[in-house]
Write a protein that binds this ligand. Structure first.
Ligand SMILES: NC(=O)c1ccc[n+]([C@@H]2O[C@H](COP(=O)([O-])OP(=O)(O)OC[C@H]3O[C@@H](n4cnc5c(N)ncnc54)[C@H](O)[C@@H]3O)[C@@H](O)[C@H]2O)c1
Length: 255
């Protein structure tokens, strides 16, 4: 019960890594607000997590690319649960592999809004509440922020921006007792990963290739990312801030 009666917002929490985070925090007694677009999926997961307990989850419909909706969802969370201890800025999209020639500036702007502006806005709107609890901000970036990825320049740029924001905010908010860290997953088996593979010529061999990249010969799980987030949200990591945690199963070793 490492998060008992404490409150966490998970953006994009209805599936994939976000759902893994929501599940882990709920299992540790947390009160979890799942922010996502799809009502059916979000409500059903919130119900299931609450039934399993010991924590409780609610669903709040929110398109994080609309920053005013995100601000309202933060306020609704605090109205419902009375406090806020952590925000996990996790919602994100990975477009199909696309060359720079075929990436319009408008596509870049839209992806920046979904993946990065939402991270900035989430931190900004959560801040007044996190000051009261000396809470934490966790940004779900990616190993692609530091390693790059073929025909994914727009995506990689949004993930890099999250890391820079993490470091700058850690400096600014440290005196308030607020810690800010990023998680950089390599290959995690989620709907996003499978959707991305489906855009390639041979999805099955693409999934086998990304599994083989980790020294364990497998992808990570959403719950493994959730447990890292739990560590970053609790006193176990009280001396860590501004860190880009490479949650990559050894994928970047032995180059
Ligand atoms: N899966 C991986 O291997 C991997 C690797 C590195 C980084 N990441 C990052 O982890 C995060 C989660 O990825 P995932 O693999 O779980 O993806 P996913 O597609 O499986 O889940 C992403 C969630 O974000 C939500 N979302 C997307 N756009 C949204 C919006 N505008 N408003 C509200 N919700 C929105 C989706 O609905 C979904 O619930 C992303 O930021 C992604 O960049 C994933």
């Amino acid at each position: 019960m490492r998060f008992q009666d404490r409150v966490v917002i998970v953006t994009g929490g209805s599936k994939g890594i976000g759902a893994g985070c929501a599940r882990v925090f709920c299992q540790e007694g947390g009160l979890v607000a799942i922010l996502a677009r799809g009502t059916e999926e979000g409500e059903s997961l919130a119900q299931q997590l609450s039934d399993d307990g010991p924590g409780r989850a609610i669903f709040i419909q929110c398109d994080v690319s609309q920053h005013k909706q995100l601000g309202q969802a933060v306020e609704r969370t605090v109205a419902e649960f009375g406090r806020l201890d952590c925000i996990i800025n996790n919602a994100g999209a990975h477009p199909p592999a696309t060359s720079l020639d075929d990436t319009s500036v408008e596509m870049m702007e839209e992806l920046m809004r979904t993946n990065y502006i939402s991270t900035f806005a989430g931190a900004k709107y959560a801040l007044p509440h996190l000051r009261k609890t000396k809470g934490t901000i966790i940004n779900m970036s990616s190993m692609t922020a530091i390693l790059g990825q073929d025909r994914s320049s727009a995506y990689c740029a949004t993930k890099g921006a999250q890391v820079s924001l993490t470091k700058a905010l850690a400096i600014e908010l440290g005196p308030d007792g607020i810690r800010v860290n990023a998680i950089l997953p390599s290959n995690i088996d989620t709907p996003l990963m499978r959707d991305w593979a489906a855009t390639l010529d041979d999805p099955e061999s693409a999934l086998a290739r990304v599994s083989a990249m980790q020294v364990f010969g497998r992808m990570g799980t959403s719950e493994e990312m959730g447990r890292i987030a739990l560590f970053l949200a609790t006193e176990d990591s009280s001396f860590l801030t501004g860190q880009a945690i490479e949650a990559e199963g050894g994928a970047s070793l032995d180059y």
